[in-house]
Design a binder for this molecule. Structure first.
Ligand code: FE
Ligand code: FE
Length: 168
């Protein structure tokens, strides 16, 4: 994010800027998940991605709600970090031929995305509370909980089956 942009003068500006950054990221993720669903072979992984696509669409709506609660029009600013994570995921997935190894690569790529989201929402919640917007923090917390649950589910899937199948 453009931390040195001259339009960021206050903590409130910083909060809104980071909202725009994660708004861009969530929208970008809704466009990548269908490809990941298509590429996944493991039914559990496919189903997990499918479920998270529905949740991610809801994350976009929750962010729009937070923008409005804060009196700001929803808008996105390019998030180079999520672009990089997703481009790298595409590259790796494109190079993997073995279906089970591809599943391991997809699960790992999805976890990189979740971890990015977890760090962003964690910060946004802390800043919202600092700014006296615990109402916004509560909405953002619902999303954070879903990101954490998804990450945990991916760890469980990877460690219980996907990695073993890929290594076999
Ligand atoms: Fe999300
Ligand atoms: Fe997510």
């Amino acid at each position: 994010m453009g931390l040195f942009a001259k339009d960021i003068a206050t903590m409130d500006d910083l909060f809104v800027h980071q909202l725009k950054d994660i708004y861009y990221a969530e929208k970008r993720i809704t466009k990548s998940l269908p490809t990941m669903i298509e590429k996944a072979t493991s039914p559990e992984l496919k189903q997990g991605f499918q479920k998270h696509l529905g949740e991610t669409e809801n994350h976009v709506r929750r962010l729009e709600q937070v923008f409005r609660m804060h009196g700001v029009e929803p808008a996105a600013v390019t998030c180079a970090a999520i672009d990089g994570i997703l481009e790298e995921a595409d590259e790796v997935a494109g190079e993997v031929k073995d279906k089970e190894v591809l599943d391991a690569a997809l699960a790992a790529a999805a976890q990189a995305v979740e971890h990015y989201e977890i760090t962003r929402y964690g910060t946004l919640i802390a800043w919202a509370r600092e700014l006296g917007r615990s109402d916004c923090a509560d909405v953002l917390k619902q999303t954070l909980d879903e990101e954490k649950a998804t990450d945990a589910k991916l760890t469980q899937l990877a460690e219980s089956r996907i990695n073993r199948k890929a290594a076999a």
